[in-house]
Design a protein around this ligand. Sequence first.
Ligand code: 3EB
Length: 343
Amino acid sequence: MGAAAKLQIDYPRLADIRQHPATWWRDVLAVVCYARDGDALASPLPDMPAAHVMLPVLAGLDGTVEVWRLAGPMQSGQHGRVQYRRNERMLFAALSIAEQEFAAPQSDRSASALRGATRAVYRQLFDALSALGFPHPLRIWNVLPEINGQTREGERYWHFNDARQEAFIGVRRDIADNVPAASALGSPHAGPLTVYCIASTRAPITLENPRQRSAWDYPAQYGPKSPTFARGCIESGPAQTLFVSGTASIVGFETAHAGDVRAQTQETLRNIGALLAAANARLGSERYALERLSYKVYVRRPEDLSHIDQELRRAIGPEARALYLKADICRRDLLVEIEALGS
Ligand code: 3EB
């Protein structure tokens, strides 16, 4: 059956899971490989689609990969440039496109290559989701190099946002209340634009955070076109999987505690707490709790890791499950961003 199987996330080592028999892989929905550079990009198994994300693991073993499990059997395939794996209920989709494919000669600091790559990635993604019968993205991850970099025409993240929003409008999705949970991170290494996604046959319940202005409604000082994501969403159906978007020290629409990583971590966790309260209120139960989530923490400066980890464990408890990755956050003054899964 598996209709209400829990979506689970584990962080084994690639070298260890290579040994596992085919039966172990039967329930695997998704694999995400984190790499320092191009040398670790081999797929764990020939038939296993994987997202290759150019973010180094900060705390954890070398060769750590992320494995999402649901209930098999699963089916893998390729649609256009999208690699996917799915069962009846959920689809994992991943693709990477290099900006160079869209670069005009001599246009070094131009934003047009990033915009072209972003449009292409999202067109491919939406085409695949609709062709495969999973038209509702629940959760999207976006990773691009130099997210805080400047072009002649403004910040790279702004151009990414512009092209992403255009892609959502292109598939006729209203921006408000009809967009997935997401994260957008900067890779400290050169590499392609990488997007991966978990999608559903059914529209999710989308969530906004009462402590934060909705990102699709940010004022223009954060870029001419707003970021296209919801603060979180709940999978429709009995499993009620909760996806918490990348969350930072933003209150209203402004960054709080610039330069203070401990205070930013505390504020971020208050924001996640407020989102959980909104999710529980929406379901009329105490379905979700901070102590029961799985966390992924994006750290701008590796030297902040112990401060962030201390604050996280102080707020959530010593048993908190968290993977730490080194990444640039989309605003220069943000030092940490935290996302979560409630299963
Ligand atoms: C924020 O709240 C912090 O552009 O997809 C968090 C989650 C952030 C998703 C995105 C950006 C994104 O605005 C940054």
